[in-house]
Each structure stands twice: as C-alpha cells, then as structure tokens.
Design a protein around this ligand. Sequence first.
Ligand code: SF4
Ligand code: SF4
Length: 72
Amino acid sequence: MKGRVEIDRELCKGCGYCVIACPKRIIGTDSEFNKAGYYPVRLTRPEACTGCMLCAEVCPEVAIMVWREAAR
Ligand code: SF4
Ligand code: SF4
C-alpha cells in the first residue's frame, strides 16, 4: 500500500503528535513558520508513506489528509 499525504501548513500548530505517531518517521518540522507563527510539519520522504493514516488520526487540528493507492 502506498499513501499520499497533504499537510495544511496553515492549520498546523506544530504540536508534533504526527511526528511521533508516524511509524516510518517521515514527518519532520519545517524551517519556516506559518502565518500563525508556528513551525508546521512536512513530509521528509513522501515516497516511503504507507497510507496508514496514523498521522491524520492523531492530528488535533485536522490538518492532514491521507490518500491510499494499491501497489501496482
Ligand atoms: S500515513 Fe502513515 S506512513 Fe504516511 S505519513 Fe502518515 S503516519 Fe506516516
Ligand atoms: S499533529 Fe497536526 S497540528 Fe500537530 S504537528 Fe502534526 S499536522 Fe501539525
């Protein structure tokens, strides 16, 4: 299973829950803050995402969308 993740950097508060939750450790903190003054997260290795959705489930701001696609 492959996944595709979109993170809304303006909704993100930089709490880091998704960073801890991701079993692939592919979510990291951005070096530029957003309009609200938080450092949002970003995907460091999108190609490694499995689409497990754990990041989206733990996000209190509903800032993460996950799509899954079957392996070809
Ligand atoms: S869907 Fe799973 S593997 Fe992909 S970024 Fe989120 S927690 Fe990590
Ligand atoms: S859990 Fe949501 S609000 Fe917290 S760092 Fe991740 S994307 Fe941002």
